[in-house]
Design a protein around this ligand. Structure first.
Ligand SMILES: [Zn+2]
Ligand SMILES: [Zn+2]
Length: 347
């Protein structure tokens, strides 16, 4: 591919990301999220102080401290990598969810026989499938995120998302390519598995309500509060809602440097998995003005080297004790074998 073709391809991918209604960073979802956030914050100000300071809100959103930081510039680099290059890499390396679905369907058929069609072509089938696939995405996201916080090797890749010292909607893309690949496998497993069960149950290719191939329930989240999770807008859901849905403030707690907040609020949209597994932290009504970032982020965590190479070096270092143990055990086994061989030869 020559330089001109590469530039055209990159611009095409970026254009799609900005203008497709189902893409993560569409101008539509950004506009609606911004409107929702602005209205919610105005309401919260008015409720607390009896007035709304629009000028202070605008200043906070457009602050140069937010947009011209090294952290945000690193987010932009990862946004370009994620949008331009990752789709081809994920398509090439990650097993597709439809392949997992076909295998799951075949296994269930061989184990229990075909039972469908159960309610073929009913709109309720499509609504049911949409909800099941959304729940599969949500539990897959939680399990992936839990493992990345608990397994040192995986944490070193995921840590990049947490080294952001300021949150903007671009921080959503602050993920290492290897972190994205692992996430792709996890989703293929959970969504493909659920899809295979639905195929077996209804004896037809699974149909669900989607926008550009993305579950419509996820799109509703994205077009309302999704982008606000990575923003300066402290919008907390409390009470029952705080146990069902992860508000922007819930995810901001997830990025907090306060050790009391480590490994909390690991879900994407739903808070129910965090609630069920004891990792839920309900935000306070008052903005605690959290400090964001992660420890042991390396010398230059926002440089190109820091965002792409440092996570790989630090991940490899977590394997060192295991490798050393393996080499030591191998050496000891070899010595024992050599001793035994020489003794039997001499004897
Ligand atoms: Zn995390
Ligand atoms: Zn985040």
């Amino acid at each position: 591919m020559d330089l001109y073709s590469a530039a055209r391809f990159s611009l095409h991918r970026l254009n799609l990301e900005f203008t497709s209604p189902g893409s993560i960073f569409s101008i539509y979802s950004l506009a609606t999220s911004f409107t929702v956030g602005f209205c919610a914050l105005s309401y919260l100000h008015w409720k607390r102080r009896g007035r709304t300071n629009f000028r202070a809100l605008s200043r906070a959103i457009l602050s140069q401290k937010l947009w011209l930081r090294e952290s945000t510039l690193a987010d932009i680099q990862l946004f370009i990598i994620s949008v331009v290059f990752m789709p081809a890499i994920v398509t090439g390396l990650v097993i597709s969810s439809s392949a997992v679905a076909t295998s799951t369907h075949a296994v269930l058929d061989s184990l229990f026989g075909a039972i469908g069609p159960y309610a073929c072509c009913s709109p309720w089938t499509k609504i049911f499938s949409t909800i099941v696939l959304f729940l599969a995405y949500e539990i897959g996201y939680w399990v992936d995120h839990y493992l990345k916080h608990r397994v040192p090797f995986l944490w070193e890749f995921h840590k990049l998302h947490h080294t952001a010292d300021v949150l903007t909607p671009l921080t959503n893309f602050r993920n290492h390519p290897i972190d994205n690949l692992i996430f792709g496998y996890m989703l293929a497993f959970f969504i493909g598995g659920a899809s295979g069960v639905l195929e077996w149950l209804f004896n037809q290719h699974t149909q669900s309500f989607t926008v550009d191939g993305k579950n419509i329930l996820f799109i509703v989240f994205l077009w309302t509060i999704g982008h606000l999770q990575h923003s300066q807008f402290w919008i907390p859901f409390r009470g029952v809602w705080g146990r069902l849905i992860l508000s922007p403030a819930h995810h901001q707690i997830h990025h907090s440097r306060d050790p009391a907040h480590y490994n909390r609020n690991l879900g994407s949209v739903l808070a129910v998995w965090d609630w069920a597994f004891g990792t839920l932290e309900i935000p306070t009504t008052k903005n605690p003005h959290l400090v964001y970032g992660a420890d042991n982020a390396g010398a230059a965590p926002h440089s190109t080297f820091g965002i792409l190479v440092t996570p790989m070096i630090q991940a490899a270092q977590t394997l060192r004790p295991t490798l050393e143990n393996l080499i030591r055990s191998g050496g000891e086994a070899w010595s024992a074998f050599s001793d035994k061989t020489s003794r039997s030869r001499n004897g």
